[in-house]
Design a protein around this ligand. Structure first.
Ligand code: NI
Length: 135
């Protein structure tokens, strides 16, 4: 089995807050991420697929095809967006990177042919990242 990873980049804004909590509870839990007027991040996205090389191409997946899928299914939906208000599927969902990697997984899976999705990873800051393996 071979693993191929494509890196993409996007940026966006969000606010982490629980509407059922007081401002004090939100500030205590989410800190600066609870800022009422949003804040942004530059996100690095790593999508890893696994499979065997196609005998006709030698590729697990054509990296250009994977990039096209990521552009259409992920970047067009998230890049330069406010995740709380611009992304339909995140309505009523805390737009943490934990929740966003799961959404990205759901967006990508139906479009992969001849390989399987292995991991979706988002780096939010130089100190924090999340990986999702579909389970
Ligand atoms: Ni944040």
């Amino acid at each position: 089995m071979l693993y191929l990873t494509r890196r993409e980049h996007f940026n966006g804004a969000h606010r982490l807050f629980n509407p059922n909590w007081t401002d004090e509870q939100n500030d205590a839990t989410f800190g600066k991420c609870a800022n009422k007027n949003w804040h942004g991040h530059n996100f690095d996205l790593y999508v890893t697929v696994k499979g065997l090389p196609n005998p006709d191409t030698g590729f697990v997946i054509n990296a250009h095809d994977l990039s096209s899928i990521l552009k259409k299914e992920v970047l067009d939906k998230l890049d330069h967006k406010n995740f709380n208000v611009d992304v339909h599927e995140l309505k009523g969902v805390l737009p943490s990177i934990e929740n966003i990697v799961q959404l990205i997984w759901k967006w990508i899976v139906p479009h992969l042919k001849g390989c399987q999705l292995h991991c979706v990873k988002i780096i939010e800051t130089e100190n924090i990242y999340v990986e999702y393996y579909g389970e």
